[in-house]
Design a protein around this ligand. Sequence first.
Ligand code: UTP
Length: 315
Amino acid sequence: MTIAHRPSVTKAVIPAAGLGTRFLPATKATPKEMLPVVDKPAIQYVVEEATSAGLTDILMVTGRNKRPLEDHFDRAYELEELLAGKGDQDKLAKVRESSELATMHYVRQGDPKGLGHAVLCAEPHVADQPFAVLLGDDLIDPRDPLLAKMIEVQGELGGSVVALMEVDPEDIHLYGCAEVKPAEWPGGRGVDQGEVVRITDLVEKPDREAAPSNLAIIGRYVLDPAVFEVLHETKPGRGGEIQLTDALVELAKRTPGRGGPVHGVVFKGRRYDTGAKADYLRAIVRLASEREDLGPEFRDWLRAFVTTELPEMGY
Ligand code: UTP
């Protein structure tokens, strides 16, 4: 297939049906994706990232406690009327922003049987075109665009594309890990070729000794629709869940036209795992420090906290 005939990516799928147990009790009645990062729920950053990459048809895979997610991307007429009545245009714009970002669709996962199963729930909506998957608790700094690059690589090389990031080898057991070789790149326009690798195998959460590299899969994918057929056949793996990584291993072995190969884009920008407490806090501190409105006051406090209060507390 020539590049001109490859179908373009227009749909994004955001799995947000996990239980978020690492954030209990905050996530007892609220999805973890709704936890605020400064003053916006984490999920809004993810939806904004998808729309910035040109994907305005978004399917969110939700589970229990789905209401707040749907409400957040819907109109809030009472609140809007109240703010309009007061003439508070700034706050009105903030309320409306999330409902005007994209065309949102929802599907329920039922039992959270794993990320692979969540992606499979998107099959009727996505049908037969390549599509993007953005994990709802993974935040890519808006200043370091990644998804548009991945879509470009998928357009050039076909098959599927996953985002990779170099991590400390001590932490590789927390991630899916990629075995890679140099990509065979026919045209090589636009994307820096050094950032793109061919994936030969993937191992989910390996021990440090068994890890084929320190390249971890992070929560952005551009997938060939053949992944659905593979996921239907994928047996529950680690933790009794249907793992997306297992399906990608199969796609990595396949030839072009049957869903393969799988390439990785090595991301060197800022990324926060807002599903993990320490990273969630780091995201808030970093983004708040750099905000025009909050930044000056917050940075002054942070400086004083580090230089004076922490030592006084004995740290
Ligand atoms: P996690 O591995 O972070 O799991 O899922 P989790 O259940 O959300 O969180 P913890 O570990 O209990 O704290 C990675 C992503 O996959 C989605 C999650 O919502 C998250 O965005 N997911 C996971 C689903 O949509 N369905 C599932 O069955 C599992």
